[in-house]
Design a protein around this ligand. Sequence first.
Ligand SMILES: Nc1c(NC[C@H](O)[C@H](O)[C@H](O)CO)[nH]c(=O)[nH]c1=O
Ligand SMILES: CC(=O)[C@@H](O)COP(=O)(O)O
Length: 159
Amino acid sequence: MATTDLSAYDKDDLPNVKGFRFGIVTSEWNPEITENLTLGAIDTLLDNGVAEEDIITWKVPGSFELIYGCKKMLESRNVDAIIAIGNVIQGETKHFDFVCEGVTQGIKDLNIKYDTPTIFCVLTDNTKQQSLDRSGGKLGNKGIECAVAAIKMAALNKR
Ligand SMILES: Nc1c(NC[C@H](O)[C@H](O)[C@H](O)CO)[nH]c(=O)[nH]c1=O
Ligand SMILES: CC(=O)[C@@H](O)COP(=O)(O)O
């Protein structure tokens, strides 16, 4: 059963994050997908009062490099949350499994090691159509969903 619209949220349910700083690290693999996820995340942060100059964006080659890229941002930039954006699409071999598991575990580890939340915005899809549907298509944009998660977790960390 396909998921519901990933982008549905109520702005009134979100905390005030004016003055908060957010990082976005984006994988360059499947750029038409990851760029749409990134635009959805940026637009959502801006729409909820985050200043453009308070959004730091970096790019890495692939989803597996999101781990190191987020780690370096956590260690060198003063941000209240990071959104890790990638898109892994099943190929012919088991490489998909290892990339997905690796980045999942790696981002989980960052959330344990560092006191700044890193949001898992990685689409792990069987087909490109599934990715298109979830990055601004009929099922919404996971980048919006993850920006909402980043706002909520950044505010939680400041309680
Ligand atoms: N096949 C996909 C990859 N593969 C590349 C890895 O993420 C990594 O860059 C490489 O193994 C070198 O360390 N990456 C994606 O983001 N999406 C894919 O579909
Ligand atoms: C999904 C991937 O990791 C990408 O590198 C494609 O891999 P494959 O060699 O299995 O087609």
